[in-house]
Write a protein that binds this ligand. Structure first.
Ligand code: ZN
Ligand code: ZN
Ligand code: ZN
Length: 474
């Protein structure tokens, strides 16, 4: 009889092979090196202890390397695990290793999706986080980033694949990052809920209490106020009690009270503070932060909107091509103006030309292989490089001309009141200097630049100018 090749091959204590895929089994902290994940096609976590699974999943998904955080993660014997955070961050469960062949398709699918992505070294932390999230969404083919109510989340909601990268105290910055991504057109959003966070430390772990408006103590007693109809006396119930029986007597007219609604009623209550003795009818509501201890009026809390996000087509393209930078990052580059400002200035210059004879130009410089360039540099170096580029351009143009980034690879600038021929010449000189700068910074790589100049035409809108300018560079 011919011997059939076994479908599952035990390579070592912690590695099994099936269908040509190598699965790393993680069942204990002892000797665990998360970086090993990189050398396998998928991970299988022993699911007997939920806290263990949570921690391992966190360490994998929070890893900086895409070869680690994008790997398929399965749970072995994890049927009892209900933690939504773990469920969102894992790709399936199995009851025994005999089922490994069933994982083949999913492992294959995630691997193929991952191989479609281009990874860049993003300029800022925000951009890095956005890239991580959209790459994960792309490989898991899940277009929706849903907030899940989560008891372990400092802001009460978790967006697992994003939240996993933050320590509890920093979780609130997730909301800022998602806002940036939405502004960039990466996500569309839908209102989900509101949360209130501590004004001091941004934690959502708050304890709400009714407190004395004078001294903020939550130690108070409450009693009914009684209105006696026959004589019109109004006062707290204490005024009506006596030491002999449970009946109530009016302190003003001495009549015994009979039936509520007939001869008296209780129109409201009176609170008395046990701390300062203050008597009042309306409490303040205070929220005490369980993280930093700050006690604050509920009105002073930071109100934040929790949204459900959906990946847009633009977001999907950003995942595939690499997400390098957010508008905020390039706005911070010294010597350049915001792109919006650039467009406004361009409009004024076109207006001015309508009234005076003259020749002004708008120019663009494009780095042809930005993802290659950026992926070789750390985010700090990238920003420094962009600052250097702006410096070079700035020193070659007039101080009245302006520079702006359309995105991380395209720089636009004005060259006013000079003939186009001269503008072109200056631009080519700038490129020569930039090339030299790139050579010394990047050494092994050649950076390609493309430039284009067009003279301003007062018959054309600013948008048309930009369109013509950048169309040439595509
Ligand atoms: Zn706080
Ligand atoms: Zn008080
Ligand atoms: Zn009375």
């Amino acid at each position: 009889m011919e011997e059939k090749k076994p479908e599952i091959e035990q390579i070592s204590d912690s590695v099994v092979k099936s269908d040509g895929f190598s699965y790393l089994i993680i069942d204990r902290f002892d000797g665990l090196v998360v970086e090993d994940v990189e050398f396998h096609d998928a991970v299988i976590i022993d699911g007997r202890d939920e806290a263990f699974v949570r921690q391992i999943v966190r360490r994998i998904r929070a890893h900086k390397k895409h070869d680690i955080y994008l790997k398929p993660v399965y749970i072995l014997r994890g049927a009892t695990i209900t933690d939504p955070f773990i469920q969102k961050l894992t790709d399936g469960t199995l009851y025994s290793l005999d089922q490994l062949p069933f994982l083949k398709d999913e492992t294959e699918r995630i691997r193929t999706r991952s191989s479609e992505l281009k990874f860049t070294e993003s300029i800022s932390f925000e951009a890095q986080m956005i890239e991580k999230v959209i790459c994960f969404m792309y490989t898991s083919e899940d277009r929706v980033l849903e907030p899940i109510p989560y008891v372990y989340a400092d802001i009460n909601y978790s967006y697992p694949i994003l939240s996993v990268n933050f320590s509890r105290h920093d979780e609130h910055s997730i909301l800022d990052i998602l806002e940036i991504a939405e502004k960039e057109g990466i996500f569309e959003s839908e209102f989900h809920d509101k949360v209130y966070l501590c004004g001091n430390c941004n934690s959502g772990r708050l304890s709400y209490r009714e407190v004395c408006p004078k001294c903020s103590s939550s130690n108070s007693k409450t009693q009914d106020i009684i209105h006696h109809f026959p004589c019109g006396y109004v006062g707290p119930i204490d005024d009506f009690t006596n030491e002999i029986d449970d009946e109530l007597d009016c302190p003003k007219c001495n009549k015994r009270l009979r039936h509520i609604g007939v001869d008296y009623d209780k129109p409201s209550v009176l609170h008395t503070c046990n701390n300062c003795g203050h008597k009042f009818q309306d409490y303040n509501v205070n929220a005490k932060c369980m993280s930093c201890g700050q006690d604050q009026r509920a009105e002073q809390l930071a109100e934040r909107t929790i949204k459900k996000y959906t990946l847009t087509k633009k977001g999907e393209m950003a995942a595939i091509n690499g997400f390098v930078t957010t508008a905020k990052d390039i706005e911070e580059i010294i010597g350049s103006v915001k792109y919006e400002t650039f467009k406004t200035m361009l409009k004024y210059e076109i207006e001015r030309l309508r009234q005076t004879e003259g020749s002004s130009n708008v120019c663009a410089i494009k780095i042809d292989n930005p993802s290659q360039v950026y992926s070789q540099l750390g985010s700090d170096v990238q920003k420094d490089l962009l600052i250097e580029i702006v410096k070079v351009i700035r020193s070659n143009i007039r101080s009245s001309d302006i520079i702006s980034f359309q995105n991380s690879s395209t720089i636009v600038l004005s060259m006013n009141e000079i003939p186009t021929r001269i503008a072109k010449k200056i631009l080519s000189e700038i490129i020569d200097i930039l090339k030299r700068l790139m050579e010394t910074t990047l050494k092994s790589m050649e950076v390609q630049f493309h430039t284009h100049v067009i003279p301003l035409d007062y018959g054309m809108s600013p948008e048309m100018h930009i369109h013509q300018l950048t169309k040439e560079l595509e």
